[in-house]
Design a protein around this ligand. Structure first.
Ligand code: ZN
Length: 337
């Protein structure tokens, strides 16, 4: 049986930045899914589409497999590398973070001008203020290790840090991919014609799910992703409605979508029948594959099930594995005949 931590580790080791998902994580996911579905295909963009055939309406579940990362755009004569960000970054937070390229080259970020961070604000620091040190002695050695256009991701192995909490890079959204795997492992017979999609390029604007939805033409779309929490010290006046360990969420809204009320009611009913705790999710920012599916074509009822996660888009994203297990059980129950 699938184990959340083991799967997250396997996928994190194969993580790729948006645009480079086809090798690495895409192949790993296709192999993991194959025993549980009728067909696995990869489209031109790299979306991995796993179909479990059924007589009912078409439903698309989408979890994005791409990761925020870094693309090489320059190498200087001393061997230092300039990068541009892929996806949402706060460059000042990257100082001393470790990154890894698919060929195993590793590096960390330094600051070109120290004064900028000491006197200014974090928001003033851009990728132009950072350099990536890959250990090269000079430009020639650096060019033998990486080339323009190569992409890197955060390095790090997900770890259990307490009974149930897992900390590591790319819970966003490898944990969503894990949830889809858990659901397909549990699902015996579906009341839908079910498409599990491991989508590409979410972090740069939810692009892969749009293309996949246009091809699949689903009646229903359910994304599975992470959402922020509201239970850390910065949230002094929080209602504590998004707490790790209190269950997966059913999304009501985020910055890009208002979810389908009837689909949400049906998911909530399944949760209640199964005795699975869920939290209603209201996000004032962000976006997911949900909105891509909703707007891809006419008449798609869309929503999202999320895993509450702290420190999103850092190498130390932290979530509760019980939420992922319950999300997998909820989706399997919802899909089952
Ligand atoms: Zn995400």
């Amino acid at each position: 049986m699938f184990d959340v931590l083991e799967l997250h580790r396997k996928l994190a080791a194969a993580a790729r930045a948006s645009g480079a998902e086809r090798t690495g994580v895409g192949q790993t996911l296709a192999e993991l899914a194959r025993p549980f579905v009728d067909e696995v295909t990869t489209d031109v963009m790299g979306n991995v589409i796993c179909r479990k055939k059924g007589d009912g309406a078409r439903i698309m579940l989408s979890a994005h497999m791409d990761a925020i990362g870094f693309m090489v755009r320059g190498i200087d004569k001393d061997g230092f590398v300039t990068v541009t960000g892929i996806g949402g970054h706060t460059p000042a937070r990257l100082l001393s973070c470790r990154v890894v390229f698919p060929n195993g080259v590793r590096g960390t970020f330094g600051l070109r001008e120290r004064g900028k961070v000491l006197s200014g604000s974090w928001a003033d620091v851009s990728f132009d203020d950072l350099y990536l040190d890959i250990g090269a002695a000079d430009g020639e050695e650096a060019r033998s290790l990486v080339k323009i256009g190569d992409t890197a991701v955060f390095e790090g192995e997900p770890r259990l840090i307490a009974d149930n909490r897992i900390m590591g890079p790319y819970a966003d959204d490898l944990i969503g991919c894990v949830v889809l795997l858990l659901a397909m492992e549990k699902l015996k017979e579906s009341r839908f014609d079910t498409y599990f999609v491991f989508s590409v390029q979410e972090e740069v604007g939810c692009r892969g799910a749009l293309s996949a939805a246009q091809a699949i033409r689903p009646a229903f779309g359910i994304a599975c992703d992470v959402c922020g929490t509201d239970d850390t010290p910065q949230f002094k006046h929080s209602n504590r409605t998004l707490v790790p360990g209190n269950g997966p969420t059913v999304k009501l809204k985020d910055g890009s979508v208002l979810c389908d009320p009837a689909l949400n009611a049906a998911l909530m009913k399944t949760a209640q029948e199964q005795g699975i705790a869920v939290q209603p999710e209201i996000l004032v920012y962000g976006g997911t594959d949900t909105s891509s599916m909703q707007r891809a074509l006419e008449n798609v009822a869309a929503t999202c099930v999320s895993i509450p996660t702290r420190y999103i888009h850092s190498p130390a994203e932290t979530y509760d594995r019980s939420d992922a297990e319950r999300a997998g059980a909820l989706l399997a129950a919802f899909l089952s005949k």
